[in-house]
Design a protein. Structure first.
Length: 57
């Protein structure tokens, strides 16, 4: 995810949490096949649950 998508994701999530769309976020995360929230569905993003492989260099 580049910086612009990260900004859109953060702003979208904040708007949903402040407004009454928060319940839609929770419901979508519970029933969606990929456990995506509203912002993730709009942006087409998916969270990957995998450890990061960081190498200090």
């Amino acid at each position: 995810m580049d910086g612009l998508y990260a900004l859109f994701h953060t702003l979208g999530t904040l708007i949903c949490l402040i407004s009454r769309l928060q319940i839609i976020l929770v419901i979508l995360m519970l029933i969606a096949s990929r456990k995506q929230g509203l912002v993730d569905l709009i942006l087409g993003t998916v969270i990957l649950n995998a450890p990061a492989h960081y190498q200090a260099g």
